[in-house]
Ligand binder design. Structure first.
Ligand code: VGL
Ligand code: ZN
Length: 212
């Protein structure tokens, strides 16, 4: 029947898709700001932000198993940071360096070999991107990375800006859409950020594309 042929083609196409997305040398995982203050109950809670953790743990497993580099950025502010309302900023105090709220989500299974990148550490400057004011670009380049897989919090701020900087630095970007959540200060901000990242060349993918 005609179906057999269709199934064969479909199978071939699926296999190719999986092969294309299987992590390989030159890939790195970037986990953005999965910190207690951004989870429900935290100082700047991202709705359903906790849902990214289990998914990210699966990506971490894949990358670790293949010995591929993993980077975890963290928002790491001084107590008088300019982004806080008391200093005229728009945010409640959050992710104060060394505070409990600044710690990574306790159930995030960060591999021992993960590299932590602290950002927005200066009182007078905010930095939504993991590349801004850090050595992330240099570290990726030194590790021979060409393609980055990005997930974490929040879609409309730190994920968006990290992805834009990665693309500007000529990394290929796979956006892990099942491992991001938005703050949505304005309704639709998360969807707008997704559209913008796609338009700039980030390629969306989910765990399904990684199935063995
Ligand atoms: C973030 C707001 C303020 C983020 C950081 O990680 O997305 N959002 N600081
Ligand atoms: Zn912040």
């Amino acid at each position: 029947m005609a179906d057999a042929h269709t199934i064969t083609n479909e199978h071939t196409r699926m296999t190719e898709t999986h092969a294309r997305l299987a992590p390989r040398p030159g890939d790195a995982l970037i986990i953005v700001d999965v910190q207690i203050d951004f989870l429900p109950g935290g100082q700047l809670a991202v709705p359903a932000g906790d849902e990214v953790v289990a998914v990210l743990n699966q990506y971490i497993q894949r990358f670790s198993a293949q010995g591929l580099p993993i980077f975890a950025t963290r928002d790491w502010h001084p107590p008088n940071h300019c982004s806080f309302q008391a200093q005229g900023g728009i945010w409640p105090p959050h992710c104060i360096a060394n505070s409990e709220g600044a710690a990574f989500a306790p159930n995030l299974q960060l591999a021992a070999n993960a590299t932590v990148i602290s950002k927005a550490t200066r009182a007078d400057k905010d930095a939504y991107s993991g590349f801004e004011g850090t050595d992330l670009n240099e570290r990726l380049t030194n590790a021979g990375v060409a393609r980055v897989f990005v997930g974490g919090l929040a879609t409309d701020y730190c994920v968006l800006n990290t992805v834009k900087d990665a693309l500007n630095a000529n990394f290929e970007v796979i956006l892990l859409t099942d491992a991001i959540r938005a703050v949505n200060v304005q309704p639709g901000d998360g969807d707008k950020a997704l559209d913008e990242m796609r338009a700039l060349g980030a390629k969306p993918a989910t765990l399904e594309a990684f199935a063995a």
